[in-house]
Design a binder for this molecule. Structure first.
Ligand code: ATP
Ligand code: MG
Ligand code: MG
Length: 548
């Protein structure tokens, strides 16, 4: 697109095209061990986005090599979330589909003298690996003959050994400066049922052996992953070179980190299991399903991914940017409604007891086609408690004793009397309205600056409204202090539930519908709504209110 500079991954792709590459093929490779989060959304937008931009294709590949942690529940949710974000894969694949091929290639490496069966325990292996400055120790089993290795590896596959009794290792260099090349483990024994292959296998390939070969089988041209895998790249290349198979290449970008947000699937699972949150889609979670439930749109998430860009170095993005994106998007599409979340009753003493009328309200000033609606008005209304002040400072334009304010789309009212309960709490305001001011304009040209929203008390629909705050109080959740855990930073006030009083048109709202409650924020109908009452989630406030 003209005027927009390329990000470094686009530069890499364009260089490879200039260098004669005919195809662009990427993949999004989640492990089905949890729900996708906003970090994955970044990776999805990147992988599918590159394929789309360069006329290539992007596969969805489940990196399902660890049967203990994986489940079809996650496989299903991942597909749903990718589609919701607006992307469709060219093919859906599973690393487990390649188990036969991966096994055959392991046999080939054994034949070539490039892999061996090690009888050491994983602990012994870890200890003999050395350190960055100290070379590792070779395993006593390192120089087994190819015949013996082939026999043992086959017997590993056939289930003759228990978990952890043996592993298959690549034979590279125990003194290699890159620790990952000190004879990395390729296969481990794990007698566990796999969600797709059942009990066919009791040996499972490790990430480093499975990932690159899966890329190669699919003929992925650009295998994009996060920065921490840059040290794995030599190993990625080593397997491909020694097997002499299709040369996929790996490129790294910085993972997305967000302030006040924790993205480890393992820890998110812990919050779900403990019941700290309502589930994976609790609107406070950073998961895609939670963002959806909270009222985020796919467009807003894609806009966010785009604005974040692609970095080569780790950084932490302000959560405010994600909120900015959803405000931008919902401002264009959300219908406006009136709702009062912390009410005081207002009685308009000169308004006839039995009378009701309707006022015309604009559904969306950003979108003419959204039209208008009629909202009932009457003698008793609710206004927001903080739209009234008994002793207002200068320049306070909302309601105060003796002062006048404009009710949005309705009339000017003046506060004549403040009624309090025994504790001195304001419980009712007695006001008079100017019958000539319908629509909100004064008939004599006097200026009334303040405009507030309201709901007719007689027509108001009560609803549960969930006001969410960030889940953690700490800005950088990657920087946990010693002796603390991420749970020490949970925000005890991350969910506040109130009863809101809504204009009656909101009775018709269906699950997932999103509205701007005027002056308050964006809200959507939650799936917990029942015939007895609706539940609304606050997606985001209208303005950034974080104390920075
Ligand atoms: P987690 O640590 O949360 O479990 P993961 O990286 O192990 O995340 P995978 O399912 O393996 O999760 O991730 C699938 C893809 O999404 C990988 O290519 C990974 O690099 C990418 N990804 C995961 N987290 C982020 C993130 N925060 N920012 C960008 N990409 C991410
Ligand atoms: Mg992973
Ligand atoms: Mg992980």
């Amino acid at each position: 697109v003209e005027g927009k500079s390329l990000n470094f991954l686009e530069e890499i792709v364009e260089e490879s095209i200039a260098g004669g590459e005919k195809r662009v093929q990427t993949r999004f490779p989640p492990e089905p061990n949890g729900y996708l989060h906003i970090g994955h959304a970044k990776s999805i937008c990147l992988n599918f986005g590159l394929a789309r931009k360069y006329g290539g294709k992007c596969n969805l590949r489940f990196d399902d090599t660890n049967p203990v942690k994986e489940d079809v529940e996650y496989v299903d949710s991942i597909q749903q979330d990718v589609r919701w974000l607006g992307f469709e894969w060219a093919g859906v694949h599973y690393a487990s589909d390649y188990f036969d091929q991966l096994y055959a290639w392991a046999v080939e490496l054994i034949r070539k003298g490039l892999a061996y069966v090690d009888d050491q325990s994983q602990e012994e292996i870890r200890q003999s690996r050395g350190t960055v400055t100290v070379p590792g120790k070779e395993s006593p089993w390192r120089n087994r003959s190819a015949e013996e290795n082939l026999d043992l590896f086959e017997r590993m596959k056939n289930g003759e050994f228990g978990d952890g009794e043996k592993v298959l290792r690549a034979k590279i260099d125990m003194a290699h400066p890159n620790m990952l090349l000190r004879d990395p483990i390729m296969y481990r024994i794990l007698h566990a049922e796999h969600h797709r292959t059942g009990n066919k296998w009791c040996i499972y390939p490790m990430y480093d052996y499975a990932h690159g070969q899966s890329d190669s089988i699919e003929k992925v041209t650009h295998s994009i992953c996060t920065l921490e895998f840059d040290v794995h790249r030599p190993l990625y290349d080593w397997f491909i070179e020694k097997l002499d198979i299709y040369p996929s290449h790996q490129y790294e970008f910085a993972r997305l980190n967000l302030t006040y947000t924790m993205m480890s699937k393992r820890k998110l699972l812990q919050l779900v299991r403990q019941g700290t949150v309502m589930g994976w889609d609790d609107p406070r979670m950073p998961t895609i399903c939670a963002l959806r439930r909270r009222g985020y749109t796919p467009e807003s998430v894609r806009m966010f991914a785009d604005k974040v860009g692609v970095a080569k170095r780790d950084n932490v993005i302000d959560l405010g940017l994600l909120e900015f994106c959803v405000r931008e998007d919902l401002n264009k599409r959300a219908r406006r409604r009136m709702a009062v979340l912390d009410p005081i009753r207002v009685v308009i003493t000169n308004y006839p007891e039995e009378k009701t009328e309707t006022v015309d309200c604009i559904n969306n000033p950003e979108d003419e086609t959204a039209g208008k609606r009629e909202v009932p008005f009457g003698r008793e209304i609710y206004i927001e408690r903080d739209d009234f002040m008994e002793n207002p400072p200068k320049k306070y334009y909302r309601l105060s004793p003796g002062g006048e304010v404009r009710l949005r789309y309705a009339y000017l009212i003046r506060c004549d009397e403040v009624i309090k309960d025994a504790d001195g709490k304001v419980v009712e305001l007695r006001c008079t309205y100017d019958p000539m001011s319908k629509g909100g304009r004064s008939s004599d040209g006097r200026k009334v600056k303040g405009v507030i929203h309201w709901v007719s008390a007689r027509h108001a629909v009560p609803a549960e409204v969930r006001l969410f705050d960030r889940l953690f109080v700490k800005e950088d959740m990657n920087d946990i202090e010693e002796g603390k855990t991420f749970e020490d930073y949970l925000n005890p006030d991350s969910l506040k539930t109130v009863t809101g009083y809504l204009e009656p048109s909101l009775n018709e709202a269906a699950e997932g519908d999103t509205f701007q409650f005027e002056r308050l924020g964006y809200f959507c109908v939650d799936r917990d709504s029942t015939a007895a009452g609706k539940v609304f989630n606050r997606t985001v406030t209208l303005k950034d209110s974080w104390a920075k």
